[in-house]
Design a protein around this ligand. Structure first.
Ligand SMILES: Cc1ncc(COP(=O)(O)O)c(C=O)c1O
Length: 391
């Protein structure tokens, strides 16, 4: 047989999925595994959203949607949401494309701006999918390593150090998966300063926007002066509305780029599902109070877990500002993060993601998701207390 794709062959598998698979295999073999590896809220989708999907199916929204890039009521709802929540003012007819999941919007954004050899900066620790997506879209991923000792802070100089004549874009994520950082105005200023100076596009992934704690405010880069024309903002319903399985996301940006993204969407997946678009309208225009309930619950779990982990000799865990991942370190251990994650799974039945999966500056850390019931978090803490002396 002839050789299959080298490009795909060389791509790393998602470490998050690999850990989840190993955890499921152990569970299937009868082991009691506490799954802290994934990023799927443990809440159900609010029923008024599901009901809107059932009604849409009954009303015949089972054909291709029109237009394919999003039904008008959804494009309008997204434009209103971006205006009110984010201070990003867009034309719903030309500046937004709806995709099956925000992940596909991220890929379309890259595909729409990159030519072979273009370099894309990403901030490390990085969500596992950014570097492979950049490669798949024909670009070259370039890490901007943010030191753990400095709480992963972004500065203009850290960005500038990686700029070359080939740098085309920067990918960023606030609140951050995996660090839980919410970018400050000073950090956004640094990104804007360098983006303007080096004429970069910015891909701003705001999927965890609603999950910010302690009364913090999420800030959108595209709302800053001079940034709307060079920023592609990505968002979706997976995290804020507990709708991971619905696959609903969108990309907002300058009309000329959105047009290219929509063309690629049309030539690949065609569209998101029609009745899911109707459900998305219900999500964005209906009651929003349950988002606060979920956020408060994540915040309470954070408070519990951060305190409980820090009370264990040999564990250090910074508090998080947003999203739903903790990123603790095990300073007394000689193990690297892969060995740590393996030991936690094998000896304590806890599935976490090794920090190295998020790049070199994630080494020494293990990522635990707190999108998990409090009772499981309590069980996990009890097991960590027992296992830490062996790590
Ligand atoms: C940083 C980040 N961006 C995007 C996504 C993708 O979200 P979606 O389910 O909408 O594809 C995730 C999901 O885990 C994520 O963590």
């Amino acid at each position: 047989m002839k050789e299959t794709s080298r490009r795909i062959g060389n791509l790393p598998v998602s470490a998050t999925l690999a850990v989840a698979d190993k955890a499921k295999a152990l569970q299937a073999a009868g082991h009691d595994v506490i799954a802290l590896a994934g990023g799927d809220p443990d809440f159900d989708t609010p029923s008024h959203i599901s009901e809107a999907a059932f009604a849409a199916i009954r009303n015949g929204a089972t054909h291709y949607p029109a237009p394919m890039k999003g039904i008008p009521s959804l494009l309008e709802a997204i434009a209103n949401k971006m205006d009110q929540d984010n201070g990003i003012h867009i034309n719903p007819k030309s500046d937004v494309v709806v995709t099956p999941g925000a992940k596909w919007s991220l890929f379309l954004a890259l595909a729409a701006i990159l030519n072979p050899g273009d370099e894309v900066l990403y901030l490390e620790p990085v969500w596992v999918s950014y570097p492979p997506m950049i490669t798949l879209a024909g670009g070259i991923p370039v890490a901007v390593s943010l030191p753990s000792e400095d709480n992963f802070t972004i500065t203009a100089d850290r960005l500038r150090a990686k700029i070359t004549p080939n740098t085309k874009a920067l990918m960023m994520n606030t609140p951050s998966n995996p660090t839980g950082r919410v970018l400050t105005q000073a950090e956004l200023d640094a990104i804007a300063e360098v983006a303007l100076e080096a004429d970069l596009y910015v891909i701003a992934d705001e999927i965890y926007e609603k999950l910010v704690f302690d009364g913090r405010k999420h800030l959108s880069l595209a709302a800053m002066p001079g940034m709307a024309e060079r920023t592609l903002t990505i968002n979706g319903l997976s995290k804020a509305y507990a709708m991971t399985g619905w696959r609903m996301g969108w990309l907002v940006g300058p009309a000329s780029i959105v047009k290219m993204a929509a063309k690629m969407n049309g030539q690949t997946v065609s569209s998101a599902a029609n009745f899911t678009m109707h459900a998305a309208v219900a999500a964005l225009t209906g009651p929003q109070d349950f988002i606060g309930v979920m956020r408060d619950s994540y915040q309470a779990r954070r408070d519990y877990m951060v305190n409980a982990l820090n009370a264990i000799d040999g564990v250090e865990c910074r508090s998080i500002e947003g999203a739903f991942y903790l990123f603790p370190r095990f300073p007394n251990s000689k193990k690297n993060s892969l060995e740590l994650a393996d030991a936690l799974l094998d000896q304590a039945g806890i599935a976490g993601v090794p920090g190295i999966a998020f790049g070199a500056s994630g080494e020494g850390h293990v990522r635990f998701s707190i999108a998990t019931a409090m009772a499981d978090l309590e069980r996990a803490v009890a097991r960590i207390v027992d296992v830490v002396p062996n790590l």
